[in-house]
Write a protein that binds this ligand. Structure first.
Ligand code: URA
Length: 440
């Protein structure tokens, strides 16, 4: 590795504060100082605030993200001959799409090396969902991970401390310095971890709406473009699918409940929006991996493996290989954990459901124990919310809106939140698709 120049952090902070661009050497030296902790928290924090206000030009962004990526281990999956494509979602309520998507894509011949995070706040994490399957382990070593990606075409593990350590420090400081909501900082954080998986291409599910990080389509486009800039510079194309995240995805929110819903999709049924997202994102992944001649042809391949049982078969093999009980695919009800109690929440007035606020539903799940308020909090895999009504449905007093699966924790807070989440009016604009825009 080339020797980096000695830098005075305050000189670089001043330069960025004044709106000047930093050189590649300066950016790399700063990230090196973040990684080895030779730059103290107060100077890293000041740089984050300067970037928050001044942004990073495309060239700076690509170098900053590359330096973060190479601050730790980068997996080498070049021994695996098939194309390796992953999906990243910016996070949504009820977003269980990785669970049906990864095995479906693998069943069509593209490998999916998925390194996921845990959920924090009101959106759940893929790892937490998988861990609700008894025995399932997300802590495999890299050799076993590589072997399963090669033989099964898919493996899902948790991030190790060795992946993008610069991001770990930067993210912790952003969290306490009001610098999380910055497009270049979000984009480089996501990409430093995703590119470390050794992928050839990435499909980004960029969520837009009340329940998402990006509230407007303009903000989502901006994030998608920043992520594409980093991908392009690294030679890893990124397709960005902008999707509607106003109402929760599917009908289930909560870890074991979402696994059950994912299995339904893997068996060719499940809610229409959950299947649509799986099919569209999967079609893009197959196209990016060169096993489909077009995204539409890819979608047909995904539909076929959902309907003919091949995707469910890969999921059962994956569960068995990662220590879980594969019978969950055949009979989810008898294998997945169940809450001790259920509560039916009913409508108080007549009308048409005009909105279901995803964020409120997500926070209600958090109160029941399905998510974490702090990183160290324990998840309760059995609890969650089963939605019975959708936008456009007519309700009367007494109509059951949702069933709360609970273990006597946070029930009254969850009830209030969910009742407020169902906005009852005179009419509704019923969305016909979750897909807003695709940027290739
Ligand atoms: N997800 C990440 O990994 N990083 C961010 O900064 C935001 C979301």
């Amino acid at each position: 590795m080339a020797t980096l120049p000695q830098i005075l952090p305050q000189a670089l902070i001043r330069k960025k504060r004044n709106g000047e661009a930093l050189s590649p050497d300066e950016l790399r030296a700063f990230v090196a100082g973040v990684t080895d902790a030779s730059i103290p928290d107060y100077q890293v924090s000041a740089m984050l605030m300067a970037i928050y206000f001044r942004g990073l030009q495309d060239e700076e962004l690509a170098v900053w993200a590359d330096a973060m990526l190479h601050s730790g281990d980068v997996l080498d999956l070049s021994s695996i001959s098939r194309a390796k494509v992953d999906k990243h979602s910016t996070g949504g309520v009820g977003d269980k799409i990785s669970l049906p998507l990864a095995p479906a894509v693998a069943a069509c011949g593209v490998a999916v090396p998925m390194v996921s995070g845990r959920g924090l706040g009101h959106t759940g994490g893929t790892l937490d969902k998988l861990e609700s399957i008894p025995g399932f382990s997300v802590n495999l070593d890299i050799e076993r991970f590589t072997e399963l990606v090669d033989t099964l075409g898919v493996c899902l593990i948790g991030q190790t401390a060795k992946i993008a350590p610069a991001d770990k420090r930067l993210y912790a400081l952003r969290d306490v310095t009001a610098t999380v909501e910055s497009v270049p900082l979000i984009a480089s954080s996501i990409m430093s971890k995703k590119l470390a998986e050794g992928i050839d291409a990435l499909v980004l599910d960029c969520k837009v709406g009340h329940g998402a990080f990006m509230k407007t389509i303009e903000e989502a486009r901006e994030l998608a473009k920043a992520i594409q800039t980093i991908g392009r510079a690294a030679g890893k194309p990124v397709t960005a699918v902008l999707t509607d995240m106003n109402a929760p995805i599917g009908t289930m929110v909560g870890n074991a409940l979402e696994v059950a819903e994912s299995i339904a999709v893997l068996k060719g049924s499940g809610p229409a929006d959950t299947r649509e997202l799986t099919v569209v994102l999967g079609g893009e992944m197959l196209y990016a991996g060169n096993v489909a001649s077009s995204p539409e042809a890819g979608q047909k391949q995904i539909e076929a493996v959902l309907d003919n049982g091949k995707a469910a078969e890969v999921f059962a093999k994956l569960i068995e290989a990662q220590g879980g009980d594969p019978n969950v695919v055949e009979s989810p009800d008898s294998v997945l954990p169940k809450s001790r109690a259920k509560y039916d929440l009913v409508a108080k007035e007549s009308g048409v459901i005009s909105r279901i606020e995803a964020q409120e539903i997500g926070v209600a799940g958090l109160w029941l124990g399905a998510g974490r308020k702090r990183t160290k909090d324990e998840i309760d895999p059995a609890v969650g919310i089963e939605l019975h009504c959708n936008v456009g449905d007519k309700v009367d007093p007494g109509t059951v809106l949702a069933t709360l699966h609970h273990n006597e924790r946070g029930l009254s807070e969850a009830q209030d939140l969910i009742l407020n989440a169902f906005v009852v009016g005179e009419s509704a604009d019923v969305p016909t698709t979750r897909i807003l825009e695709i940027l290739r």
